[in-house]
Ligand binder design. Structure first.
Ligand code: PLP
Length: 377
């Protein structure tokens, strides 16, 4: 991405946010088209276009767009037939929506440990947590790094379990050369304002399975019969996306390759500038992985000399925003059963998401790396 189109190129002392959408392609033109043609609701040409283009990008037969990433997850679980009495294994270190979507179906999210290397769902703990009630495994490609899917799929095959990828943070990430979104039976994505591409709010379900896709379309629109208007053979939801959101999505898809390339450039520059700082662990990229570095994230260990929270406070005083890692879900009141998952807990204690917006300049990254070095004791 050339610095010339970057709105921040000239402003070297600005407050640097963690995330910020980049909307300076055809977004305004396509949204304007929706408004001037009055196709602003959940019918319109941009919806099938967005679905087809996103499915093609993932290499799946179907894409079903939804109102957000959480409704995509819920819809995926419902079409898979997951409900009351079932268990779904979910990593504890993820955004809360991964577990909540399971809870909405009446099933129980079973929270599992993270791997120390990839920060993702630990297959060894998954195998340990399988019971006769387990129906599915939900790997989450955390912060843009793919899960070791062969390990997860092998366990799933052995125990006859369904694999549902939560790919909300990893559009375009690759596992052994294959894009996420078609590495299990079904996958879901989010297009929230801070994700790899955005539609403001929005989500997508991807699958090769005709029956699952058809059922998802049906349930997304109140369970209305596709052949008889206002006849509802099943109880559905209103999880539709609007043409305006899809218009943003089509414009964002025109630039997704460029966005991912820039995310990887940002990561490479950070890693070059921070690689020799003792006490800092850089984000993983396994030999079999292509990460999209949704959030460029580091761990702050004891050797760094000041705490993770003190480093975040120092960055703030330099005009640089950052975020702590998610709290592990097993530590939060609705899900806390007194269990301990030491790896997830340590990652959550030490982890920081550094600014990762596509609007970052190389100078911004230099400024952030300098601020981190200054803080070290
Ligand atoms: C963002 C996110 C979601 C939810 O997406 P929304 O569009 O905000 O509903 C689900 N899972 C993960 C891992 C996410 O990061």
């Amino acid at each position: 991405m050339s610095q010339a189109i970057n709105p921040n190129a000239e402003n070297s002392e600005r407050f640097i946010p963690v995330a910020e959408p980049l909307l300076n392609g055809n977004e305004l033109a396509y949204v304007t088209d929706c408004v001037t043609s009055s196709w602003i609701s959940s019918l319109g040409k941009y919806i099938p276009r967005f679905e087809q283009e996103f499915a093609r990008f993932c290499g799946t037969k179907h894409g079903v767009a939804t109102s957000n990433g959480t409704t995509a997850l819920h819809l995926a679980l419902v079409v898979l037939g997951i409900g009351q009495g079932d268990q779904v294994i979910v990593p504890s270190l993820t955004f809360i929506a991964s577990a909540n979507a399971v809870y909405y179906t009446g099933a129980e999210p079973v929270l599992a440990e993270s791997e120390p290397r990839t920060w993702n769902l630990d297959p060894i703990d998954v195998a340990r947590k399988i019971t006769p009630r387990t129906k599915a495994i939900m790997p989450v490609h955390l912060y843009g790094h793919p899960v070791d899917m062969d390990a997860i799929n092998a366990i799933a095959r052995e125990h006859n379990l369904i694999v549902l990828e939560d790919a909300a943070e990893a559009h375009g990430a690759e596992y052994k050369g294959q894009r996420v979104g078609r590495l299990g039976r079904i996958a879901t994505f989010s297009f929230y304002g801070n994700k790899i591409i955005t539609t403001g709010e929005g989500g997508m379900l991807t699958t090769d399975n005709d029956e699952l896709a058809e059922k998802a379309r049906w349930l997304r629109d109140h369970g209305m019969s596709p052949t008889e208007r206002y006849w509802h053979p099943i109880i559905g939801y209103n999880y539709r996306i609007t043409n305006i959101q899809a218009a943003l999505g089509v414009a964002q898809m025109e630039r997704i390759d460029e966005f991912i390339a820039r995310k990887r450039e940002i990561a490479a520059l950070y890693s070059r500038l921070l690689g020799d700082v003792s006490g800092i662990t850089l984000p993983p990229e396994e030999s079999w992985a292509k990460s999209v570095y949704w959030m460029y994230s580091i761990l702050v260990g004891d050797e760094f000399g000041i705490s993770r929270d003190a480093l975040m406070a120092h960055l703030k005083s330099c005009g640089i925003d950052s975020r702590p890692f998610f709290h592990p879900i097993h530590t939060m009141p609705p899900y806390n059963k007194g269990e301990s998952l030491p790896v997830a807990e340590r990652l959550a204690r030490q982890g920081i998401n550094l600014p990762s917006a596509l609007t970052l300049t190389d100078k911004d990254i230099q400024r952030i790396a300098n601020a981190i070095r200054e803080a070290k004791r």
